[in-house]
Design a protein around this ligand. Structure first.
Ligand SMILES: [Zn+2]
Length: 566
């Protein structure tokens, strides 16, 4: 009963204030301007968003029968069929392939086998044979069972080319066929105009460094691991590289034969044997004038891999827009449906149910698709709903979606994502990190104010969480994208309580078999997040202007490129 009352109160709040006409400022409001008006049909639809329907989806999707929704496994496929079935029942148009809701995502698992050898041959002092996992980790991204590499090593500093910061570590060096030794992260800075100061940009991520080197025709990369620079220890690298690495099936884009990391001490040894000092090399890399330095040494590697092709599906549905001119554009909602599956042979409970991660996001996505589809009148632009696969394997489903969007990326005005939205009751804060980088931020702020939600800033911008979540896959093809989640402050509790819940979840249940559904979970907050996202999506789909990234943002060039071809 209490829950119902809370729900009704929230509905009443949203219902009255959001319907206020554009530009009409209420004196009791503080600094934020009024949120744009939502048409009565939108308001009515939004008010039918029901926390108990979200609960029902979460309960089913995280049931043991779904076997942890592993990518490319039976449980994952059942989840995809369930979502497609709901889309059909709600009357969504299929927006996958061949008139279905399914978009095939071909993937390849690559496991580096112990037969692999990895030897550094510096100019002096004889070869350095490295021990797999203790000294180095390596993967062959060309997805072949065996590969040999015998190539010169060139030190390229941070391995970054970033025109917007007037930074190019490569200068005009020809690195084709070479092995590039480089540092993780980006040049240190407090200046917000230079690699965003403390905030990690994509240039600092190791994934970028592999991609950029491959684009430049390099055959291999050796990343130097330094705990303070990577922000995690060698054990994290070791663990994540000691099992299968998953990739999208090779699509003809250039790939590295050797993508590797070495321990700091190994890099020191290599530098010393090359007559150099690693400390000095690291300092030199901080300068804009840095130029690539050939080491006069080689990497000799024989990479043996087990290559396992598999596939899974993104599930995509659409509610068509009402404006003849705008309806070929769309607002996109995303949530990943995959989780970690079953770990065979693991004693005790070995089903990774993924109730919070991310049955909650799927429940919200499904409830949004139902309510948009049921709206008596639709917004001008269309609404796309994509439940994506392979997130836990490295954002693979969303990466594929970004590369093969159902409509051109330049026509997707905004992506709103949901991932792991805790069922803890009524939130008083919202996290929308990344939204401040888009031209849509004023609407986000005004809408948050209308919902009486304080915007909670990213607590650790230097950790680069944005680049490890699905919206990044859309952002890199230009689409303005961010996730919506609760903050730490909940009604009836202080934020210390919220933080304690979050810490406990991370320590005990995150990516554990115990991330399970319990009947006492309170989905009121998930419904608030759904309504908040509904309001944002409705406005983005109705307003005359398209959303973009703000001036100077790292994703703006991709946006401009994607829109120039229209
Ligand atoms: Zn996860």
């Amino acid at each position: 009963m209490r829950k119902v009352l809370v729900l009704l109160t929230i509905l009443a709040v949203c219902g009255t204030t959001l319907a206020a006409p554009v530009g009409k400022r209420r004196s009791r409001r503080t600094s934020a301007p009024a949120a744009p008006r939502i048409a009565p049909a939108g308001m009515a639809a939004m008010q039918t968003i029901d926390s108990e329907r979200i609960r029902a989806h979460v309960r089913f999707l995280s049931h043991d029968l779904l076997e942890g929704r592993g990518t490319g496994q039976r449980g994952g496929d059942i989840a995809a069929e369930y979502i497609a079935t709901q889309f059909a029942l709600y009357g969504l148009k299929p927006a996958g392939e061949n008139g279905t809701y399914m978009q095939k995502v071909p993937m390849v698992g690559v496991m580096t086998l112990p037969e692999t050898t990895f030897t550094l041959e510096p100019a002096t002092g004889g070869p350095i044979n490295l021990k797999q996992l203790d000294d180095y980790v390596a993967s062959n991204q060309t997805q072949t069972a065996e590969a040999d590499l015998n190539a010169d090593i060139v030190y390229v500093g941070y391995g970054i080319e970033a025109p917007e910061y007037n930074w190019n570590d490569y200068k005009d060096a020809d690195v084709r066929g070479k092995v590039l030794l480089m540092l993780v992260n980006e040049p240190p800075s407090e200046d917000e105009k230079f690699f965003k100061g403390k905030v990690l940009t994509y240039y600092g991520r190791w994934t970028y460094k592999f991609e950029e080197a491959a684009r430049k025709g390099a055959a291999g990369v050796i990343l130097i691991h330094k705990t303070e620079m990577a922000s995690y220890g060698w054990d994290v690298v070791r663990n994540s590289w000691s099992s299968e690495e998953d990739y999208l099936k090779a699509d003809g884009a250039p790939k590295l034969t050797v993508a590797s990391w070495v321990q700091l001490d190994v890099a020191k040894k290599l530098a010393t044997a090359s007559g150099m000092s690693l400390d000095k090399m690291m300092l030199d890399a901080r300068s804009r004038d840095f130029k690539p330095v050939p080491l006069q040494g080689k990497l000799q590697a024989h990479i043996v891999s087990k290559v396992r092709p598999f596939e899974s599906n993104n599930v995509i549905g659409m509610v068509a827009g009402s404006d003849t001119k705008l309806k070929d554009q769309a607002v996109l909602y995303t949530a990943h449906y995959d989780h970690l599956g079953i770990v065979p042979g693991q004693p005790g409970d070995n089903i990774y149910n993924g109730a919070l991660d991310n049955a909650t996001g799927c429940g919200i996505l499904l409830e949004l698709s139902r309510t948009f589809s049921a709206a008596a009148k639709k917004p001008g632009r269309s609404i796309l709903f994509a439940a994506v696969t392979g997130e836990e394997k490295g954002l693979l489903g969303s990466e594929h979606l970004g590369k093969h969007p159902p409509i051109p990326a330049g026509k997707i005005t905004l992506d709103l994502n949901y991932d792991d939205v805790p069922p803890l009751g009524s939130p008083e804060e919202v996290e929308v990190s990344g939204s401040e980088r888009t031209t849509f931020f004023p609407v986000v702020q005004a809408t948050a104010a209308e919902f009486k939600l304080a915007i909670r800033p990213d607590a650790r911008p230097e950790a680069g969480h944005f680049y490890r979540s699905d919206p990044f896959s859309l952002a890199r093809v230009g689409v303005p994208a961010f996730s919506i989640n609760e903050g730490m402050k909940y009604k009836g509790h202080d934020s210390t309580w919220g933080m304690k819940q979050a810490e406990e979840y991370t320590a005990k249940h995150y990516h554990q078999p115990s991330d399970e559904y319990h009947p006492e979970m309170d989905f009121v907050g998930d419904a608030v997040m759904a309504r908040f996202g509904f309001a944002l999506g409705w406005v983005a789909a109705s307003q005359s202007q398209e959303v973009s990234w703000t001036k100077g943002d790292e994703f703006l060039p991709a946006r401009e490129k994607s829109q120039s071809g229209q």
